[in-house]
Design a protein around this ligand. Structure first.
Ligand SMILES: Nc1ncnc2c1ncn2[C@@H]1O[C@H](COP(=O)(O)OP(=O)(O)O)[C@@H](O)[C@H]1O
Ligand SMILES: [Mg+2]
Length: 391
């Protein structure tokens, strides 16, 4: 009997595959319906892109034109803008023969050139190279044009930018605040386009949207995406194993969730391997906690070259800071006892943790007034325990 592994990771899930997230989906969909503005903020690996994917599909079914782009996929702001212009040509311009003229009407200042490839029926666009300083202007011109084009077409349009903080990074050094201000002014004016801006740099995005001195202050509502509720995940895992006619101990499910620290990507990845492990076994037995630990051990060893590479790129101080983070589980990281045990001065530890955060290895988690530092990939902690901490 061959059946598909029910635990999927490393790709955008569709709505039917998502555990929980009904509320999040509704909020995103409502925003798209009502030409609203929404900031979706949450750590990586928690399903933001999947929520955007699922909401976009549902919105399209309701006739909304969704232009969804991942800012991190574009090396320059101009390429991101070109991709949006091509999307507008494809979805809003009407007849192919008229697309070029239409786009020149709405995006005139960008001098867009449109190409249509009949082989795969795709549009591509080029816009005139701008001096770096005027790139923010380019973005507002683009969005202004899109708003008018949406009005002209009579369609509802939603612009979805994933990993939005990257847009600000692409703008490069210069007056970031001025760029933010222009962008805000444009977004605020628009009546025909919904904006859903999502991002993983939680500190940065929270600050940007909650600081009265920043242009994006209260520009839209905020949606924080946290872990999937444990009980829902538990049911999902149990059902998944039942589909393979494999029994799983309740403690083993707890072990999966604990070892993955409830991070959805890691839960799916570990459950995926456990499922394969259970299916490959000769005599069908019950998946136990021991099995789960064994499977994780194997997973981490298989990824050893990757983790080794990440580890070796760190400075000695960052390595010690990371070790301290793993040993304390990120609680009371800056306490006197920790500093002493790991022989790190407070200032060094602070700046090392900041660098680990910037490079996407660690992330701060603020809950109920206290702060805990976690690894974005909990299995990296398992690798450190296995190969570093023991020495
Ligand atoms: N609601 C969910 N239910 C089940 N698995 C999920 C869920 N959200 C995320 N995942 C798992 O995490 C992986 C990464 O999700 P993704 O949407 O790319 O997260 P993000 O954009 O926050 O980094 C998915 O491929 C899936 O395995
Ligand atoms: Mg994502």
């Amino acid at each position: 009997m061959t059946s598909r592994n029910p635990f999927q990771y490393g790709r955008e899930l569709a709505g039917a595959e998502l555990v929980d997230r009904e509320d999040e989906l509704r909020v995103v969909l409502d925003t798209m319906e009502q030409a609203g503005r929404l900031f979706m903020i949450g750590p990586r690996r928690h399903g933001k892109t999947s929520i955007l994917h699922a909401a976009s599909e549902q919105a399209e079914e309701r006739g909304i034109v969704v232009l969804r782009r991942d800012a991190e996929a574009f090396p320059t702001l101009r390429q991101l803008a070109e991709s949006v212009v091509a999307g507008a040509a494809d979805r809003l311009a009407g007849k192919i023969s008229r697309a070029g003229a239409k786009l020149r009407t709405f995006f005139g200042a960008l001098r867009p050139e449109i190409n249509y490839n009949p082989l795969d029926q795709s549009f591509s666009a080029t816009i005139t190279r701008q001096p770096r300083k005027q790139e923010a202007m380019m973005l507002t011109t683009l969005l202004d044009g899109l708003d008018r084009m949406a009005a002209d077409s009579g369609r509802k349009v939603a612009v979805v930018i994933d990993e939005f903080q990257h847009v600000l990074k692409l703008q490069g050094p210069g007056d970031g605040l001025a760029a933010e201000r222009q962008l805000r002014a444009a977004i605020q004016r628009h009546r025909h386009v919904a904006y859903v801006l999502s991002g993983s740099k939680i500190g940065l995005l929270s600050q940007m949207t909650s600081d009265p001195a920043r242009p994006f202050y209260r520009l839209g509502s905020r949606l924080f995406v946290g872990p999937v509720p444990r009980n829902d995940f538990r049911t999902f895992i149990r059902t998944g194993f039942e589909s393979a006619r494999t029994n799983v101990e309740e403690d083993a499910i707890t072990a999966i969730l604990d070892l993955a620290e409830d991070v959805p990507y890691n839960v799916q990845r570990l459950a995926h391997s456990c499922w394969n492990h259970a299916r490959a076994r000769e005599q069908s037995g019950t998946l136990s906690t021991t099995d789960v630990n064994q499977v994780l051990d194997r997973l981490v060893r298989r990824d050893d070259p990757f983790y080794t590479q990440v580890w070796n790129r760190l400075t000695a101080v960052q390595q010690r800071a990371l070790l301290a983070l793993v040993k304390t589980k990120g609680v009371g990281l800056f306490s006197h006892a920790t500093l002493k045990r790991h022989e790190l001065p407070l200032s060094s530890l602070r700046s090392a943790v900041q660098k680990l955060t910037n490079s996407g290895i660690a992330r701060p988690e603020e809950t109920m007034g206290s702060i805990r530092h976690r690894l974005e990939d909990p299995f990296f902690a398992a690798w450190i325990e296995l190969f570093v901490a023991r020495n």
